[in-house]
Write a protein that binds this ligand. Sequence first.
Ligand code: DC
Length: 219
Amino acid sequence: MSERIFRIAIDGPSGAGKSTIAKAVAKRLGIDYIDTGAMYRAIGLKMLAKGLPMEESPALAEMLARTEIDFDRGNVFLDGEIVNDRIRTQEVSKAASDCSALGMVRTKLVELQRKMGQAKSVIMDGRDIGTNVLTDAEYKYFLTATAEERARRRHRELLDKGHESSFKEVLEQIVQRDYNDSNRALNPLRRADDAEEIDSTDMTVDQVVDYICGKVELK
Ligand code: DC
């Protein structure tokens, strides 16, 4: 690749495959991957650990001012500690969705994300990357799949990890999270006007990765 700096923004609903695809694209193009959902999860985890209610408060402002989140070689660091697994529980998924509706939390994380997207090529995934965080990203995609297909993928993932769950429950959670993420007041999930939509319902991961890398390598 040449030395030119470019940013790729990938938004879309839960379970559309954003992080799997972003990770693979980052590897193939030799650029950094920034998982912004992991950052909301880290804040959700810390709020739960500290027993902070899911609302704005002076205590939350103080906590945010003393919080450091970083990524290094595939690890997520919260205040210097690796939290890769602890941020993936159902409880933290809910806390992440709840705290992502708070202005204080978004202001802090968006500022951090913009800094991370400066000075080097990155692929960043989330809900508001194309519409808010990196509005001038060179490449923008909105990755979707039907709710049923996303629930099937998530259900399979849970079973593979040995977590028993019913398909119906997983589907209900996906639909609920879609609703929360799309209907909150602050930077809701939405396709940026200049983002290209990719429906991955009938596509393999490799097909989507090839498609995105092809666009970047063409330039
Ligand atoms: O992508 P994920 O499921 O790990 O994200 C966790 C939560 O964080 C999700 O419910 C929505 C929120 N989120 C957000 O509001 N904005 C982002 N850029 C990324 C995630």
